[in-house]
Design a protein around this ligand. Sequence first.
Ligand SMILES: Cc1cc2nc3c(=O)[nH]c(=O)nc-3n(C[C@H](O)[C@H](O)[C@H](O)COP(=O)(O)OP(=O)(O)OC[C@H]3O[C@@H](n4cnc5c(N)ncnc54)[C@H](O)[C@@H]3O)c2cc1C
Length: 382
Amino acid sequence: MAGIIHDARPHRSKQAETDIGPALEQTLLRSAATSAVSGRPDLGTLTELRASGLLATAVPREFGGAGGGAVDINRVVERLARLNPSVAIMAFQHFAVSSRIAEWGSQEQRRTLLPALAEGTCLAASAWSEPGSGAAKRNVSSTAVRRSDGGWVLDGAKSFTTTASVADLYLVLVRTGEPQEDPGSGYGAAGQTFFLVDARNPGLIPDLSLDLVGMRGSATGFVTMHGCRVGDEDRLGPEGHAARIIAGVRESGATLGAVAVGVTQAAFELLVGHLRRRGGLTSPVVRDRLVSLATRVESARAMVERAGARSSADPGTTTLHSKLHASMVAEEVCLEAARMLGSSGYAVTSDLNRMLADARAVGLMGPTNELCRELVASTWPN
Ligand SMILES: Cc1cc2nc3c(=O)[nH]c(=O)nc-3n(C[C@H](O)[C@H](O)[C@H](O)COP(=O)(O)OP(=O)(O)OC[C@H]3O[C@@H](n4cnc5c(N)ncnc54)[C@H](O)[C@@H]3O)c2cc1C
């Protein structure tokens, strides 16, 4: 993984920066529209994102990052999602991998990878899902087999990997032991292990042939590992105990609900702008419906803020609730906005259709909403 190391000297700390400059805002808006048509990530937008400093949000200050917590992560993700949800989910995955390395990385992994993740010279992706792995990732078929020299060989096929082909680093979930239930976590299974794989590894082959309904600029695709050789120093966390790392994810308070809030806000603003131009804002019936929608947006935002602040008695469960609530609100508000736009919202050219498709994706992303319900219910004593 030596190529990702750019400068191992101590790095200057940055302020937690959650504002997106006007230039990047325009780029994100423009590429949201073009990627929705092309189904491809916009590489120019990603270059600007890398240079923006925003990717440093989740990296501790001692490694050149902004030292942001879940509140900052959720705010950045929400602001990105208001403009370009595809880029927001790429940033979310980057923050998730940065956080896992900060929490579980070896001294060497932290020293070499975190500065590059903060600088934006290394963009990270998570490759956990597989066809047949199940939403709870209990049946992961990809394997890592130990070599005689202590290294590993990874084989298997991942699906729905966001940032596939444009990422520099992949956090890959594989099986290193016999598949077993892990009743403790409800997500992942005993015998699974994480590895950090450099995108230049010749045994790792990304493929963007997956054609999605929404999040079309997110480079969500397949990643195949074929005789993919990595060192034991590329293992993240303890062998066979990836489920412990996964269980800690929701405890962090970072939530995909932030993506949903950004999409909802954008749909609401689009609707209000349309109604204003048509003189519809004076109608008491319209105003009543708009206030109901605005209240829903605020409720979702408040729940995401609460998850990020980790101020509830059970932050992990609050994080699950926030994702569930915000993603459902996003779908409902987008659908209601589509109805209120009337026929103009039914034109292919209406941005509302893209927002509705993007909103749907949040519920499908891990942990899926059904799995969130399952995990929340599992906290109740029988
Ligand atoms: C836009 C997008 C981006 C994504 N990005 C990534 C990524 O970057 N990395 C990555 O690893 N994955 C990613 N995914 C995959 C995502 O994380 C889901 O975990 C995965 O799609 C679930 O697979 P499935 O719906 O095929 O699962 P299935 O198991 O086939 O689920 C079918 C249905 O059953 C429900 N279900 C399954 N198991 C349970 C359970 N135990 N309890 C309750 N309900 C259950 C599911 O919620 C779903 O409704 C992405 C998906 C999308 C749509």
